[in-house]
Structures are given as C-alpha cells and as structure tokens.
Design a protein around this ligand. Structure first.
Ligand code: ADP
Length: 435
C-alpha cells in the first residue's frame, strides 16, 4: 500500500498494531497525505497515527455477537422472522424454508404471503397494519402451506423491536400448533354434536311425556277410590314431574347454547314471586321447612318465570344438598340499588376450590360417599338467567356446615338506560316475614 501511494502520489491508509511504551500492541490507523509542488511532484508526506484499538475491539465483539445470534436463530426449531419499520419481512430463518419449501429470496418483502392460508385476508392485513402503527404486540393464527400439498396450523407472535429508542420493525416467531388446533376443533365439534343430540333428544322426549302425564292424571282420577292404586298414580305423577324438570333443563341448555332462550319481561311483585316458589316447593317437600327470613317489597321488571326458575333451583339444591338438615333460609333485601336474594342451607357445603365451578355447565362435585342425583345444569341455567338480567351471583360456603347462594339484580333509579336494562321500577323494603 505504501509503495502504491509513493508511486501514484495518492493518500495512504493502513491499520496496524503498534507497540506502546508499556509493551502492549494496540491497533492504530495510519493516514498519510502527500504534499505536492506546482508540477504535481510529491515534496513530502505528512502522516497521523490514531489509536483505534477500543473502537476496533468493540466492533469485533459486535460482529461476533451478531454471528452468534444469527446462528442461534438459524438453529431455532421454530420459524423466526424480522420485519422492517414499514412491516415488510426482511429476515426469515432456515426453518421457514424447511417448512414451506419457499426460497428466502422469494419470501422476503411480502413474498411470504404466498404460503399463508387465511380466512379473512383483509382482517389479517388490518390487524398487522394496526399493530405496526401502534407498535403493539402482534399475534394471529392461520395455516401455512407445506410442500406435500397439505397445510399446518401455526401461531404467529411478534414484538416491536427498538434500536435504543428508535423503532426498528418487529421480531416474531411462528410456532406449529396443528396438533392442539385439531384437538380443540375435534372437541368443539363433538361438543356441538352432543348439544345437537341433547336438543333433539329432549324435544323428542317431551311429546310422549306430555301424553303420559295426561294419562297418569286420568288414571289417578279413575282410581281415586282405590287407595293403593291411587298411591301408585300419585308416585308416578311425582316422578313424571321430575322427568319433566330434567327434560326442561336439557331443552333450556340447548336454547342457551344456540342463543335462543326467550325472555318475556314484565313488571311483577318480587315478594309474591318468592312466596309462590316457596309454596310450590313446599307442596312436595316434607323434609325441610323453607323460611323466608326477610323479603324486600319490590316491583321488579324482568322475566318472572325465569327468575322463579332461579329461586326454585337455589331452593331445591339447598334441600337436596342438606340431607341431614330440616330448614332452608331465604332472604331478599335491598343493598346499594341492588336487589339481593340469598338462600342458606345447613348441608354438605362446597370446598373452596369448587366454588367457582358450581355455575359451570355439567359441573357436579364428584363425591364418592354421597350420591346426589342431577345433571349439573340447574346452576348453569340460573347463571345465564341472572346474567341476562344484568345481575351477578356468588356463593359463600363452609364444607360440612352449609352454603349460602346469592344473586343480586340491579334496580333502576328511573333512568331510561336502567329501564332498558331490565330492572325494577320502584323498590321499598318491608318488614321481614316468616312462613
Ligand atoms: P345438579 O344439582 O343437578 O347436580 P346444579 O347445576 O344445580 O346441578 O349444581 C351444580 C353442582 O353444584 C351440584 O352438583 C353440587 O355439586 C353443587 N351444589 C349446588 N348447590 C349446592 C348446595 N346448596 N350445597 C352444596 N353443593 C351444591
């Protein structure tokens, strides 16, 4: 290089290690400029040696780091990608080519899209554009085509990357979730088929049941002078009521699943409603006394029949799950513009870890010692009805001592919004009554 500069009179530049006085070799940049006379002949050279050791070391370590991380990314068992600031793909690791069979050069920019199978491409695009605009976390699920003509389900996630404080595109991953996705879809499919089957089966059962019920009533009347036959007819009628309730629950659940549970909202006296339910339950319950401890005088706007169903369910559970007790306490009161109903029993109670599950569909506590009959649907239906009335529900329970089931419904203060949301038009508390 020096010979070349001497020969051609051009500036000289060279990096070399020079030994410092303490014996350490340090990188220096030598730069020399020729000074020429008017004829262009070099008169002399003026040079500077600059210590660039620290910068050079930093650069080398950066380069080594980059190589290290690039290798790491290349060997990662899932797809890794990087986008530029505009959202165009500028890097894909080799897993991408392995999975899709697409060459890197054909996939950069927006080329990768040729491998994607997306139900709603416009929504997909918007989702990405929005994430890039807001620099927010990005995620989506779609399929990618594979070379044998098939497809794999993948989950794609990305985070914005900042070079110090400057946004520098996204770094993302694409993970194969085919097995989980197929499993989830199979479960959903089976569950839909089960719901459909239950819906058809309960419909089909309802018609013969209605005619059996009518016949049993007729038989009851015909044999009313025969004490023994009359007893059988009464027993049969009682079991038919149970069967009818089970079928009605199944029908309600299929309607809830299909979003077709119809609500007929009217204004009604809430206290009367509670009293009617208690009377109806007491007609066929001798083991327990249902005591209304406190009853709020409320004219409520909602679906009386469905709310009766909730109270009936709370009460019948309270009786069923307290075989050793003889009473159940029912209360309704006003609190913070809410109408609260509570149903307290002195039965088996519920373990804390099961409290949240009781309102789930088909949930039943698996208790090997005691076997209670039921389908695990009553509370699920109740929860739907309460939610529909914009209410909430909860349980307080002590295993072995009993449970209190609550629900509370919002009361209106007369505003249009509240009237629409299905709450009471007027409310006043009255003295407690016991029955
Ligand atoms: P079912 O009573 O038909 O099983 P529910 O939906 O009414 O269905 O109740 C779901 C589950 O919640 C019940 O199986 C029972 O385990 C639990 N549960 C409900 N009410 C009570 C109660 N009062 N005391 C204890 N456990 C209860």
């Amino acid at each position: 290089a020096w010979n070349n500069s001497l020969k051609n009179g051009v500036p000289f530049q060279y990096e070399s290690r020079l030994m410092r006085s303490d014996g350490e070799f340090r990188w220096h940049l030598t730069h020399a400029e020729p000074f020429k006379d008017t004829n262009g002949e070099v008169l002399y050279w003026m040079g500077i040696n600059t210590d660039i050791h620290d910068q050079k070391m930093q650069l080398t370590s950066l380069r080594n780091n980059e190589i290290y991380f690039r290798n790491l990314s290349e060997e990662t068992p899932f797809i890794v990608w990087k986008s530029d600031r505009q959202g165009r793909c500028m890097y894909l690791n080799k897993k991408w080519t392995e999975v899709t069979g697409l060459a890197l050069k054909d996939s950069l920019g927006y080329g990768f899209k040729q491998a994607l199978i997306i139900d709603d491409p416009e929504a997909y695009r918007q989702n990405w554009v929005k994430a890039v605009e807001n620099r927010s976390h990005y995620q989506s699920k779609f399929q990618i085509k594979i070379p044998d003509g098939g497809a794999r389900w993948v989950f794609c996630q990305a985070n914005p990357h900042y070079d110090h404080t400057v946004f520098d595109g996204y770094i993302g991953s694409v993970v194969d979730i085919t097995e989980q996705e197929l499993y989830t879809r199979a479960v959903r499919d089976l569950s839909e088929r089960k719901d459909e089957f239950l819906s058809i089966a309960s419909h089909e059962l309802k018609t013969p049941l209605t005619s059996i019920k009518a016949s049993v009533q007729l038989i009851g009347r015909t044999v009313k002078h025969d004490e023994k036959a009359s007893l059988f007819a009464t027993k049969a009628a009682e079991q038919l009521v149970r069967l009818e309730t089970l079928i009605a629950d199944l029908l309600d659940v299929s309607k809830i699943n299909a979003g077709r549970l119809v609500y007929n909202e009217t204004e009604f006296n809430f206290k009367d409603m509670l009293f009617d339910v208690v009377q109806s339950i007491q007609n066929h319950t001798r083991s327990h006394q249902v005591i209304i401890e406190h009853s709020a005088e409320v004219i409520y706007f909602g679906d009386r029949f469905r709310l009766e169903q909730v109270v009936y369910n709370y009460l019948s559970n309270a009786i069923k799950y307290s075989p050793g007790a003889d009473k159940v306490l029912l209360s309704s009161y006003l609190k913070d513009n809410y109408l609260v109903v509570s149903c307290r029993d002195f039965g088996i109670g519920i373990q804390p870890e099961n409290l949240n599950k009781a309102f789930e569909r088909y949930y039943r506590v698996d208790d090997s010692e005691m076997r209670f009959q039921g389908l695990g649907l009553g509370l699920f239906i109740s929860a739907e009805i309460i939610k529909r009335h914009k209410g909430i529900y909860w349980i307080e329970s002590e295993p072995g001592s009993g449970s209190t089931f609550f629900f509370s419904l919002p009361l209106s203060n007369g505003s249009d919004e509240d009237a629409l949301s299905g709450s009471s038009l007027s409310a006043k508390e009255t003295q407690s009554t016991s029955r």
